[in-house]
Design a binder for this molecule. Structure first.
Ligand code: DGT
Ligand code: CA
Ligand code: CA
Ligand code: ZN
Length: 576
């Protein structure tokens, strides 16, 4: 819903529509995005809808229309006026509705392909505002976009999977339905969904009813294939889904096969062959007489091959098979091990909630501590804090901490900007008042590698910096990591005792799994944070946990599994 409303605002803006109207769509999109109320439960009640701040009478009607028809007539109308592909132009970095409007008015460019062709032909050169730099940025952006298109963020994929699974379970006869593939392995982005279902209703003589039920999934926008025990379709978002219905006896074999990764499966199959077995998506069987060995569960298949069961996050052919054989698989970190979240924002800057609300959300999750780390003034569009406001904020945080009487500890902190030359955005005297100083790059992402490396190295030399925030600056599917010698930065961070962050927000997820392994090898301390801008964001911790698990990390590798006092003591010591 939020996306449809935001897209409508974009399309109105491309058409230079009434600014008030545009703003009301944007506000509504934001309201829908952040409300904790499940809109489908109150969609029939315009009064209740209008109680949500940001939703007026007109927007309530729009929400009802979306709930009823799955889209918004105004959006469809505007798309017809331009081109349905217009919206994908907006996903390019540096592209806003005004630029899209300009390209459309001057050159009738309405898709990424057309823009690419126009750049290649040099047709942008004559346009006002399109200097060499911007054109080069767009060219690079198209390259990234094409590389990433067709993949989806892990939270979007998970939500789509959960909805589909809830729908499938409405038909009696299923006992287990799980996502396999990259989603089960916890990869940071997902290409398509592989959903595996089993139960008495999937037995050979009953499966056709289950296939029909799956094929009737209302959000399925395009049917791609309907077979005997398989249905494939595409959702409106473009995400492809393969649903497979399996008899109970081969569910484990199918789950193992479709979880992958391909390279893991190749190694496991070779191992099976060496032991006189064949492994397929149906069963583990003897080569000589084809007799059945195992198939109902993954555990019995791995056991028959002399292996401990391997957590899906490790199945990347990275040494997990050898470790499983030697009974040396790590005990991977779990979400329940996390005792605090130390990167989050409040409405003092660009967050949506108060200090107390964030603390209460932390209590609700069973945390022992949080840190409030708002932005600094360099990020003017977030209303970032200057020295004076930062000190006032510390005072308020301490007051809330005291009011809560130990129900949760609320540490004063800051996410201070690393300026272009590596200096920090706030004075040392102010940083000295904070328990958790996170230093992050938020601007000037395009510096050459050496300059960026020196910039970040200089920043972490500041003795008050305790955590390096989202260390690569990537935005999944939108922005590549900036150029930096990460190894050099991690090496120095380890020496200084500066912890590196894993940012659990699903469009960041940096350090990535590979870099987390590197950080551990270099002896770095690691903290995992959600970077929440809303109380509801604290739950995003789980996406980051998946990445830590993919990096083979255990509880003791991560600082914020420690109790409050030990956590503070494990951070880089304050200068004396
Ligand atoms: P994705 O969808 O690109 O994010 O990545 P996956 O890993 O979900 O890949 P997908 O959907 O193509 O296939 C799901 C799993 O099925 C894959 O991880 C392993 C298994 N699989 C698919 N095709 C093959 C194949 O040709 N050979 C083998 N050994 N396994 C395959
Ligand atoms: Ca997949
Ligand atoms: Ca697939
Ligand atoms: Zn940040």
């Amino acid at each position: 819903m939020a996306q449809l409303l935001a897209e409508t605002a974009d399309l109105l803006e491309i058409g230079a529509g009434d600014p008030f109207r545009i703003r009301s769509y944007r506000r509504a999109a934001e309201a829908v995005e952040t409300t904790t109320i499940q809109l489908s439960t109150i969609a029939g009640d315009p009064k209740k809808l209008q109680e949500i701040p940001g939703i007026g009478k007109g927007m309530a009607a729009n929400i009802q229309e979306i709930e009823r028809a799955g889209t918004l007539p105004l959006r469809e109308e505007l798309l017809l006026k331009y081109k349905p592909t217009m919206l994908e132009l907006l996903r390019l970095p540096g592209m806003g509705p005004k630029t899209v409007a300009l390209l459309w008015d001057a050159l009738q460019i309405g898709s990424v392909e057309e823009l690419e062709a126009a750049i290649a032909a040099g047709r942008l050169a004559g346009l006002p505002r399109f200097g060499d730099k911007l054109v080069e940025k767009l060219r690079k952006g198209i390259e990234d976009y094409k590389q990433n298109s067709g993949r989806f963020l892990i939270d979007d994929a998970e939500i789509a999977a959960e909805k589909l699974i809830a729908y499938l379970l409405e038909l009696p006869g299923f006992t287990t339905i799980l996502p396999a593939g990259s989603l089960r392995r916890g990869r940071d982005t997902v290409g398509d969904l592989d959903i595996l279902a089993t139960g008495p209703g999937c037995a050979e003589d009953k499966v056709s009813a289950a296939v029909e039920h799956a094929a009737n999934y209302p959000p399925a926008a395009t049917m791609l294939a309907k077979g005997q025990n398989k249905v494939s379709f595409r959702l409106r978002s473009g995400l492809q889904v393969d649903v497979r219905l399996l008899p109970e006896g081969s569910y484990g074999a199918a789950l193992q096969y479709f979880t992958g990764s391909k390279m893991h499966n190749v190694s496991v199959r070779q191992r099976a062959l060496k032991r006189g077995y064949t492994l397929s998506e149906y069963a583990l069987a003897r080569v000589d007489d084809g007799s059945f060995v195992a198939g109902a569960t993954e555990e019995e298949i791995y056991a028959a091959l002399g292996l401990d069961w391997i957590p899906p996050e490790l199945r990347e052919n990275n040494g997990e098979i050898e470790a499983a054989e030697a009974h040396r698989l790590p005990i991977l970190i779990e979400e329940a091990d996390i005792r605090g979240d130390v990167h989050m924002h409040t409405h003092a800057t660009d967050g949506k909630n108060s200090i107390l609300e964030m603390a209460e959300a932390g209590i609700a999750r069973g945390y022992e501590y949080i840190a409030i780390t708002d932005h600094s003034k360099n990020l003017a569009m977030t209303n970032g804090l200057d020295d004076k406001r930062a000190l006032e904020h510390v005072k308020r945080i301490r007051e809330v901490d005291a009011e809560l009487e130990g129900k949760i500890r609320v540490f004063p902190g800051i996410e201070v900007d690393i300026l272009g030359d590596g200096a920090l955005d706030l004075s040392d005297e102010v940083l000295a008042q904070m328990d958790v100083v996170i230093a992050s790059v938020h601007t000037l992402f395009n510096q050459p590698e050496q300059q960026m490396t020196e910039r970040v190295l200089r920043a972490i030399e500041n003795p008050y910096v305790r955590i390096l925030g989202h260390p690569t600056g990537r935005l999944l599917l939108r922005r590549e990591p900036f150029q930096m010698d990460l190894t050099a930065v991690l090496r120095r961070a380890a020496v200084l005792g500066v912890a590196v962050e894993h940012n659990a927000f699903p469009d960041r997820l940096d350090l990535c799994d590979r870099d987390l392994r590197l950080a551990k090898e270099m002896g770095c301390r690691i903290a995992i944070n959600t970077d929440s801008h809303h109380t509801s964001h604290l739950t995003k911790m789980r996406y980051g946990i998946r990445q830590l698990r993919r990096a083979w990390l255990s509880k003791q590798d991560v600082l914020n599994t420690l109790p409050a006092r030990k956590f503070l003591a494990a951070l880089r010591p304050r200068p004396t």
